[in-house]
Design a binder for this molecule. Structure first.
Ligand code: PRX
Length: 701
């Protein structure tokens, strides 16, 4: 990594902490010359040329990319048609309508037969225990997928049917999703950390006719009896008058009984002592995966689908109420995830890519399965967690497989930061070339630690802003082209036209803060909310006609860099001034004693709203009035007196969803001593809530 170059007005700067707080006035980090030299996009100028072309001639730009894929029949009519403006009629987006293809064919058959990469490893699978490993080549994966597609066909699954998948991170999960894609059936993957209630709700919403699940698995030390949860969900479905007729169960923990070499996609027998997990069996509904696979044939002709046919449904929580079934389609999604993967991680044939996200989330769909496979990449598929068996697990995996591109979430980085540098530096990490983050704003403190400690100052960091709804990256640096600013997702990807709007919907020019929207469709945009197109229109297009509304606030600095300031619903209004919770949290975690912080608005008789902060301290620090004074001073200095918090509470842990998102809605209630919490079924550890209620701040500090 080159030395940080001075930009803007910030002056000399004295040390990392100060840089971290410098925000838009801060320094930028040039792409390392050794990365730029071989990069697909080697300079900012080249990025700008390509970006301009992608907006001015979207049909030609994406049309050229589409030529790299296999199409059964070419696009007969317009390459792109859309309406983003509710006042002019129904919202719709169509890319390549009338062209036919198959996503599974493109990510497997095309790679094996056209690209001749059949013997290349598609996945290194690393189980929960470090000794549990296996690998699967593209050819082996194709064989497994054909077998399982035939299994599904035999069970009556046809094009357009919905199939629910509730599985841990094992190779069979990838096989199951690709088999659905081969048949043109829609997979609806439900993260295996979700409750039976959530699974039931999702099965019902899209009336799935079949469920694929697993006996049980370990997450670190914790045993999850998944089949039991699946049974509960199916029982609930039955009670609600919707009997799911078939449940296919992968024997994962119990696979020792199966012997080895059963199939290349199956991991070796579990080495950890296995408790006797009791699997209840529903005759007539439950079927073992391995038994069905033994009978299935090798050949399976893919179902040719329209580019605009749905590929999958993935549920995402709405800011209120019922989860939304986000629908992505065959052609556009395939093009978009393949292209973002190639450019954002600057993919080269010899790379070993690792995205730590669970496939149950969009990040896993796009950057564990579809994006890497569409490029013929080798990836790591990891079942475990970063802290098991110890804090250095991620870095030991990086060394084991010589991972070159590594993609994770800021919450994981902050978690590991708490344990210091040694668990990281114990491992070489010499193979790493590019680091990525996704899911939430990364505070500059965490960015700098990731860059300095994990990346040893030589790996660019791609801070990728996107959403379940967008299918792939929207704002992101390109590793060989974009000078990075810690905490900024920098610039739009190809085909993405962002704008910043004020409350009245006017586009703001230059340096500005407001609503982040997108002005024109990119191929990976969701097409509808499953079964509720009206909800799609009102959620994303109603507030500002003519724009896709992200629901996020953002700031554009004097250099045109975009900084996500957090969800609009996390914006605070203190004495008539808009403040973003992310901004205050970032200032708090820059203090050496603070590992993580969450800030919520709290009613205040004079200011309207004031700030109530929850802080989790790093090991070895204690909470005291001296510390709260230091933190307030820090915020005053970083942002201004307006942002001085009224309350700072010690929070040994924060309430989080299972995907690691801090539940600010719950924190707001705790701050107000309001025990009417609503639905807290998604909180990973409910005991955290009681603990925080017991230690509320009672007076303004
Ligand atoms: O608020 C933004 C935040 O995560 C939201 C999307 O969440 P989800 O649909 O669960 O998808 C997460 C993985 C793509 C966004 O509206 N977000 C995501 N990435 C970033 C981010 N906020 C800031 N910076 C990011 N890089």
């Amino acid at each position: 990594m080159g030395l940080p170059e001075e930009r803007g007005r910030s002056g000399g700067g004295s040390g990392v902490r100060e840089e971290a707080g410098a925000r838009s006035r801060g320094r930028s980090w040039s792409p390392p010359p050794e990365v730029s030299r071989s990069a697909h996009v080697p300079s900012l100028q080249r990025y700008r040329e390509l970006h301009r072309r992608s907006l001015e001639e979207p049909r030609e730009f994406w049309g050229d990319i589409a030529k790299e894929f296999y199409w059964k029949t070419p696009c007969p009519g317009p390459f792109l048609q859309y309406n983003f403006d509710m006042t002019k009629g129904k919202i719709f987006i169509e890319w390549m309508k009338g062209a036919t293809t198959n996503v599974c064919y493109n990510v497997l058959d095309r790679i094996v037969y056209e690209k001749k990469l059949g013997d290349k490893v598609a996945f290194y699978w690393e189980g929960n225990e470090p000794e549990e490993t296996t690998q699967i080549t593209y050819r082996e994966l194709l064989v497994q997928v054909c077998h399982f597609s035939n299994v599904l066909r035999k069970q009556g699954i046809c094009k357009g049917d919905r199939v629910a998948i509730y599985m841990p991170m094992i190779p069979e999960l990838v096989v199951a999703m690709l088999a659905c894609a081969r048949l043109g059936a829609l997979h609806s993957i439900v993260f295996a950390g979700f409750s039976s209630e959530s699974l039931c709700e999702r099965i019902l919403d899209s009336s799935c006719s079949l469920l694929i699940t697993t006996d049980a698995f370990y997450r670190g030390e914790k045993l999850v009896n998944l089949k039991e949860l699946a049974d509960e969900a199916l029982e609930k479905c039955r009670e609600k008058g919707f009997p799911v007729r078939c449940c296919i169960v992968v024997k994962h923990l119990g696979r020792a009984e199966l012997g080895t070499g059963d199939s290349p996609s199956q991991s070796p027998p579990i080495k950890r002592p296995c408790p006797d997990v009791q699997i209840s069996w529903n005759e007539g509904v439950d079927m073992w995966w391995h038994e069905l696979m033994q009978e299935a044939g090798d050949e399976c002709e893919p179902e040719w689908c329209d580019a605009e046919d749905p590929l999958f449904i993935l549920y995402t929580s709405g800011s209120t109420g019922k989860p939304k079934g986000v629908v992505h389609t065959v052609g556009g999604y395939m093009l978009y995830v393949a292209t973002t993967f190639k450019y954002v991680f600057d993919f080269h044939a010899e790379d070993v890519f690792w995205c730590t996200a669970d496939i149950g989330w969009i990040t896993g769909h796009s950057y564990v399965t579809y994006g890497p496979l569409a490029n013929g990449a080798t990836s790591v598929l990891f079942e475990g967690i970063p802290t098991y068996p110890d804090m250095s697990r991620l870095w030991s995996i990086v060394d084991k497989y010589k991972v070159t591109k590594f993609y994770t979430a800021p919450t994981a980085i902050r978690l590991l930061m708490k344990f210091g540098d040694e668990p990281v530096t114990r491992h070489s990490r010499a193979s790493l070339q590019v680091l990525g983050t996704v899911g939430e704003p990364i505070n500059p403190e965490a960015w700098l630690w990731y860059h300095r400690v994990v990346g040893a100052q030589r790996c660019p960091i791609v801070d990728t802003f996107w959403q379940t709804e967008t299918g792939g990256h929207m704002l992101t640096p390109l590793p060989g082209a974009t000078p990075m600013k810690p905490g900024s997702a920098t610039f739009p990807f190809f085909g993405v036209a962002p704008a910043v709007l004020n409350e009245s919907g006017e586009e703001l020019e230059g340096e500005a803060e407001g609503y982040l929207v997108f002005k024109q469709p990119w191929p990976g945009i969701m097409r509808t909310v499953y079964g509720n197109h009206e909800r799609f229109e009102t959620t994303y297009f109603k507030k500002f006609p003519g724009y896709y509304v992200t629901g996020d606030g953002c700031r554009r600095d004097q250099d045109g860099y975009y900084w996500i300031t957090g969800r609009i619903d996390d914006m605070l209004n203190v004495s008539g001034h808009l403040l973003s919770t992310a901004e205050v949290e970032s200032a708090l975690v820059e203090h050496e004693a603070v590992a993580e912080a969450a800030v919520v608005g709290h009613p205040h008789p004079v200011k309207g709203e004031c700030l109530y902060c929850f802080v989790t301290l790093c090991d070895g620090h204690t909470f005291s009035s001296t510390l709260t004074e230091e933190l307030k001073k820090q915020i005053r200095e970083k942002i201004g007196p307006i942002a001085t918090p009224d309350y700072i509470q010690n929070a040994p842990s924060l309430p989080k969803t299972r995907s690691g998102k801090i539940m600010r809605r719950v924190l707001r209630k705790i701050a107000q001593n309001d025990h009417d919490l609503g639905d807290v079924s998604t909180v990973a550890d409910p005991s955290v809530i009681t603990q925080l209620f017991n230690h509320r701040c009672l007076t303004i500090q």
